[in-house]
Design a protein around this ligand. Structure first.
Ligand SMILES: [Zn+2]
Length: 224
């Protein structure tokens, strides 16, 4: 009798466990925006664009004006392949230490380059370097027509000591919910660090988000 009760208890506990797990998983058509900062560069950004093309994923690139001016053909390729291009200042400016004039000058110079290659399709999206921006700066940019965005998940792909390709992918794949933004890097703003691990993590991130968790990929302008 006791044995029977124990078996029954195990079955009930198992059912409870699986129903709880199921609730945590996204069900249905969830949407996610992959975003890549600090590019373009002629090494990692190109490989990221190749993977996105091969897997038919549109993403959002927040570029620095400095890099965009050096590699305009990559900006054109981003645009031609249906990706969205956002503004990340000219020199990866640390906004808390910047004057209003410095911020506006860097944002405008960068936007001029973006507009040259994406024309009427320009998004006027802005992501502050390091995620730092004051309410006053945000308000100012908003009045100029920019939408200021940060992110929902930071898988630390820039932290080379702690981030193997699988660790980056694992952090992204913990994500739950709809209309979320993933922060990654298609280059290093100072050109000193490798983004090899981001490139290696990307195929698994795309495949598992799509096939295992039923996500579809959108650009940031499609997030309400
Ligand atoms: Zn950045």
């Amino acid at each position: 009798m006791l044995k029977k009760c124990l078996v029954l208890l195990c079955i009930c506990a198992g059912m409870l466990f699986f129903s709880t797990c199921k609730k945590d998983r996204p069900i249905g058509d969830f949407r996610i925006a992959l975003t890549f900062d600090d590019g373009p560069d002629p090494v990692y950004t190109i490989r990221i664009l190749d993977i996105l093309k091969q897997k038919n994923v549109k993403a959002t690139f927040f570029v620095t004006g400095y890099h965009a001016r050096l590699f305009p053909s990559i900006i054109r390729r981003m645009h031609d392949e249906g990706h969205l291009i956002g503004n990340h200042t000219f020199t990866h400016l640390y906004l808390p230490g910047a004057t209003t004039a410095e911020m506006l000058s860097e944002v405008q110079r960068t936007q001029n380059i973006i507009n040259r290659y994406s024309g009427a399709a320009s998004s006027y999206l802005f992501r502050p370097p390091y995620g730092y921006i004051s309410d006053e700066q945000k308000h100012l940019l908003k009045n100029l027509g920019y939408r200021v965005v940060k992110w929902d998940v930071d898988p630390l792909d820039y932290d080379l000591a702690r981030s193997t390709p699988d660790a980056i992918a694992d952090r992204v794949l913990l994500l739950r919910g709809n209309n979320k933004m993933v922060l990654m890097h298609s280059a290093d703003y100072s050109d000193l660090q490798s983004r090899e691990n981001t490139v290696l993590a990307l195929p698994r991130i795309i495949d598992e988000l799509r096939n295992k968790y039923n996500y579809s990929f959108i650009t940031v302008d499609q997030i309400p």
